[in-house]
Design a protein. Structure first.
Length: 271
């Protein structure tokens, strides 16, 4: 039987976010996980502890510490970013190293984006779902002035940093703190990036993959999977994710092409 009725979710959320590591996370996600944990445990302390553990697994584990966003913005201003492409690339490479997911993509950054964009008709709008620091890869994407880029993640200060960095750039850029497990609508886009994100979202909602992909109003999606765990072990991950995702694609009648890149398994999906 659910224990949730006995515990106050607002009090749980307040206790979870009292710690600086969780303060900045989307309140919707904190409540969603707290509700799940309250249905499994009867003690307030256990619910708070397990909610934090889950939030760490889906977000905090990728960031050893909160990046020094103020310092980065200062550096950006001094280097004349985002106007100076060469300096922008240099800084973005360094900053992407602070998030585990973009860090492991650095050796294949150019290869990944040239392979993805080469397969598609011209792209003028991008949606980046659970983006992490991936919008810092924009300088490697063939986007032009006036094109739009909309990105979502659960960290408020991360999206604020991205918005400030790209505010004076040539793209229409907008990043937003959002729990993508919710049902808010997305803007239409030529390409949606769902990079290394489904396994993370499935830790909270096992049914999310078909619902999210169907809800994204984009003709083309790049959906990718990690081939190693954060600890560096492979553990049959490519086989596991490819079987799972290819079965789902058959069931949903999505067309797709597979790109096996070192360190990342990418599917180009057409709905
Ligand atoms: C494996 S990382 C992938 C980041 C990025 N897509 C990339 O490939 O570099 C997973 C990301 O999902 C974000 N995340 C986790 N749960 C989320 C949720 N419910 N809504 C939005 N973002 C979420 C995390 O903060 C993290 O940045």
């Amino acid at each position: 039987m659910s224990q949730a009725a006995n515990l106050d979710l607002d009090e749980i959320a307040a206790a979870v976010t009292a710690s600086p590591r969780y303060m900045d996370i989307s309140p919707e996600l904190v409540q969603r996980i707290a509700r799940q944990e309250a249905a499994k445990h009867s003690s307030f302390k256990d619910v708070v502890k397990n909610t934090r553990t889950k939030l760490h697994q889906v977000g905090g584990a990728y960031l050893a510490q909160e990046p020094p966003y103020e310092r980065w913005l200062q550096q950006a201003q001094e280097a004349g970013l985002p106007g100076n492409l060469e300096a922008l690339q240099r800084h973005c490479l360094q900053w992407m190293g602070q998030h585990a997911s973009t860090r492991e993509r650095l050796p294949i950054l150019e290869q990944l984006y040239s392979a993805v964009f080469a397969e598609l008709p011209p792209v003028h709008s991008v949606l980046d779902i659970a983006c992490g620091l991936n919008p810092l890869a924009i300088p490697w994407m063939p986007l032009t002035a006036g094109d739009s880029y909309v990105a979502f993640d659960i960290y408020g200060r991360m999206v604020d940093f991205l918005n400030q960095l790209f505010a004076t750039g040539p793209l229409q850029f907008h990043a937003e703190r959002r729990d993508v497990l919710g049902d808010l609508p997305y803007p239409q886009a030529d390409l949606a990036l769902v990079l290394k994100t489904l396994p993370c979202l499935e830790q909270v909602d096992r049914q999310i993959a078909p619902r999210l992909i169907e809800a994204i109003p984009a003709a083309h999606l790049a959906v990718s999977f990690p081939v190693r765990s954060l600890g560096g072990r492979s553990k049959g991950m490519p086989e596991h994710y490819s079987q799972h995702f290819e079965a789902l694609a058959r069931q949903q009648a999505w067309q797709m092409r597979r790109l096996d890149l070192p360190g990342e398994l990418v599917y180009l999906v057409e709905k």
